[in-house]
Design a protein around this ligand. Structure first.
Ligand code: GRF
Length: 204
């Protein structure tokens, strides 16, 4: 399975995916790292692993159609089968969602369907979770559809919330389970062990 990773930031989930591949746990290759940010740490990780990179941002294109065409061309050029969003902060255009229906995954640092949607990224998520008084948080891998953080859930894993937690300490605890469940979900896709029926997604 050829994976195209989309990332806007430091890329620790991208690194976790690469580690899983190098360890022989995840039978896949990352054939493309796409970023909307020219200074994303994820681009550096790709370069140092000899992985093709594309810097594509909507800002570079006069209209959405040309931007979509460029994204689809990069995906085609690198024969991407599955897209893994790993800290990618932009909406995936509808035409790309349609072209890759049920083949785009995202990792979210909370237990969806709570604490997701527009504006719910980075420290905002963990601040909202702590303010809610909940005693657990966690990470969610889900399939991407036309709405932010909305598509069917593939895997979730919880972490406890502790009295002394700050958004930073909670983020760090959640990140460790992100690095565990993202490769797990991708492995299930790579091994064709996922059944998807509307919102019901099961790994067997
Ligand atoms: C992670 O917390 C992920 O859940 C969210 O953005 C963050 C990306 O971190 N979507 P990294 O770039 O993978 O380190």
């Amino acid at each position: 399975m050829n994976i195209g990773v989309f990332a806007s930031g430091r890329g620790s989930n991208f690194q976790a995916i690469l580690n899983a591949i190098h360890q022989g746990y995840l039978p896949a290759r990352v054939t493309l790292l796409l970023s909307n940010k020219s200074d994303a740490g994820a681009l550096e990780i790709a370069r140092s692993n000899g992985i093709a990179t594309a810097h594509l941002s909507q800002k570079q294109f006069p209209d959405e159609e040309l931007y979509v065409a460029a994204v689809l061309a990069a995906l085609k050029e690198h024969d991407v089968h599955v897209i893994a969003l790993a800290g990618y902060l932009k909406m995936i255009p509808t035409a790309v969602v349609r072209a890759y229906r049920n083949r785009i995954l995202n990792i979210h640092p909370a237990l969806l369907p709570w604490f997701g949607g527009p504006g719910m990224y980075g420290h905002h998520v963990h601040e909202a979770v702590l303010a809610s008084g909940m005693k657990i948080s966690g990470a969610t891998v889900h399939i991407v559809d036309e709405e932010y953080d909305h598509g069917p859930i593939v895997i979730q894993k919880t972490v406890p919330i502790e009295q002394q937690d700050t958004p930073e300490t909670l983020a760090a605890r959640v990140l460790t389970v992100e690095h565990e469940i993202y490769p797990l979900a991708l492995k299930a896709f790579a091994e064709n062990r996922v059944s998807i029926k509307e919102r019901s997604v099961w790994i067997h």
